[in-house]
Every structure is written in C-alpha cells, then in structure tokens.
Write a protein that binds this ligand. Structure first.
Ligand code: NAD
Length: 287
C-alpha cells in the first residue's frame, strides 16, 4: 500500500509543544506580516499564518499596504520593526509588486527576526553547516521534518529536487546535503528530467506547474518517495500540486497530498521559527 504523507498528525502533535514553549516565555511571541497589494492567494496564506500563530498563543499582526507601496517605504517600515523590542519576528509576504523587482528586502530584516529564514546570515549558516542558533527557511525545514516524522532516512539517498528558487530548491539542496544525501538540483533548463527523477530515491518538486509530473517520470517498483511542494490554483478555490497524484500514487512507496502535505508544514515551521526567535531574543536580553 502506498503511504500518504499527511502533515496533519505532525502539526497536531507539535501544537501542544509550541503552546507549552510559549508559556515559558516572559511575553507571547509577536509576529508582523507585511502584505503588499491584493494578490488573492497571498491574502489566504497570510490569514492562515495569523490563525496558526494565534492558535498557539502567539500574536500576529498583518500590515496591509497598497499596490503602489514603494521600496523605500518598506525599508523604513522594516527599520522600525527591527528597532521595536516587542516584535520578535517579521516577514514580507511574496510575491511583491513589480516595483520591488531586484529589491533585496531580505537583508533589511534583522537576521534574529527573519522568521522566513531568507537573510543571508541565516542562509550562510546552512552553507557552513553551523551548529549555532539561526533561523532556517520554512518550507525546506518543514519538508525535512515531514521526512523525519515518517522515518524516511535521507543519509546516502539520491534526492532529486526540481526547482532552484531561493525559498525552496536552493536552501533545501544545502540542508539535505548537510544531512548526507546526494542531491541533484534540476530546473527549467535541465535536459531529460525523467532521467533524474527515475534515478532518485526521493523526488521533491517545487515548480508550480499543475500535474506536470506524470507516471512516466517515476519508476514503477513502488520504491520512490515523492514530495510535492507545488501549489497551483484551480477553479472553485481548489489547489493542486506538480505531481499527478492519482496517476502515480500506486507506483510509488510514499507521496505527499496537495493540499494537506507540505503547505501546513511550512506554516508549522514559521510558528516554530517565531518561537525560536523569541527565545533567542529573550536570552540575548538576559545576557
Ligand atoms: P519559483 O516559482 O520561483 O520557480 C519555479 C522553479 O521551477 C524554477 O527554479 C524553474 O527553474 C523550475 N522549473 C520551471 N519549469 C520547469 C520545468 N519544466 N522543468 C524543471 N524545472 C522547472 O519557485 P518557488 O517559489 O519555489 O515555487 C514553486 C512552487 O512551489 C509554486 O507552486 C509555489 O506556490 C509552491 N510553494 C509552495 C510552498 C508550500 O508551502 N507548499 C512554499 C513555497 C512555494
């Protein structure tokens, strides 16, 4: 039987731990989420983040800005958030309007408050395989947690990641390399993608193209593990992933569903990063 890698049991079991961790802090952790423009999907994601934070006893405030909000205004807003001791975490919801193309807002958030884990100091800590306190990017962190929960060992495994974004593919490739996996990072210019997917023990897809990975991309010996990061919107508020779930599920060992797989793990990781950032900041104040 194919194992369906649902995130719900993981999220449910971590909720209690997060609530308990928050009770040991002097103040409830506080997150600011900056939402620029009117992207309907972004509004839904931000609402889910707020609801999840509140469900564990953290505070989440959404700062909504119009489509014409400018990079310099964002810079000044982030500067004020960095200076505010009562705010533990901050994120800017992606995607941003075109005036932000090439604007490196990630470096303007203090690495200690960078709950998305995008700041170069946090990324460099992965690169160095640092053991110190730093914040890891949420989706890669959630994927690794999901694999660990289902006892899917990555050490020595061949892992093919499809998609080389700064938020998923690239950091995930480093994090899995640190865990002794042999990682191949594929992208839009990769030739013969099926050669790489068929050769892998674990395939992680972060492309954003609905159902583009069909049964032809995988072995049929029920040995492979498929992790679907992709989220594409369909009609009637439905979403789907990169993998043709129904078409491939019977030929693989395990597969994540969409929805109910990687998405909730990302939000869980965000909440964990927020609690971690609050701990780091509280300890720094004591020191
Ligand atoms: P992106 O949208 O920035 O880039 C897509 C990547 O796919 C690129 O690296 C590109 O090279 C690659 N690609 C495009 N066409 C390809 C092809 N034919 N063959 C191989 N590679 C191809 O990436 P992103 O921001 O990581 O988002 C990818 C998807 O993951 C989107 O659907 C996004 O919504 C979703 N996402 C989901 C979560 C979650 O929590 N589940 C988190 C982040 C992103």
């Amino acid at each position: 039987m194919t194992q369906i890698l649902y995130s719900k049991p993981i999220v449910d079991s971590e909720l209690g731990e997060l609530k308990d961790a928050i009770k040991t802090l002097k103040n409830a952790p506080k997150l600011k989420v900056i939402l620029i423009g009117n992207n309907p999907s972004s509004k839904i994601y931000v609402k889910r983040k707020k609801e999840f934070c509140e469900s564990i006893g953290a505070i989440c405030e959404i700062i909504q800005k119009n489509d014409d909000f400018q990079p310099l205004e964002l810079e000044s807003l982030l500067c004020n958030i960095n200076k505010d001791d009562e705010i533990n975490g901050c994120l800017v919801q992606l995607p941003l309007p075109p005036q932000f193309d090439g604007f490196n807002f990630q470096e303007l958030i203090s690495p200690l408050k960078d709950v998305d884990g995008f700041h170069k100091d946090n990324i460099f800590s992965i690169y160095k395989k640092s053991s110190g306190d730093f914040l890891l990017p949420c989706t890669p962190l959630g994927i690794i947690k999901l694999l660990q929960h289902y006892n899917i060992n990555v050490s020595g495994k061949n892992i093919t990641i499809i998609g080389r974004s700064l938020i998923v593919g690239k950091p995930l490739s480093m994090m899995l390399t640190n865990l002794d996996a042999t990682v191949t990072l594929c992208h839009s210019r990769t030739r013969d993608l099926a050669n790489f997917t068929k050769a892998a023990d674990i395939i992680i897809s972060a492309v954003g193209s609905p159902n583009f990975l069909t049964c032809d991309y995988f072995k049929d010996d029920k040995s492979q593990v498929l992790i679907d990061v992709g989220i594409s919107s369909l009609k009637q508020n439905k979403i789907t992933g990169d993998i043709d779930f129904n078409g491939v599920k019977n030929q693989v060992a395990s597969i994540t569903p969409v929805p109910g797989g990687v998405g909730p793990m990302t939000i869980l990781s965000l909440a964990k990063n927020l609690v971690k950032s609050a701990y780091i900041q509280e300890n720094l104040k004591k020191a």
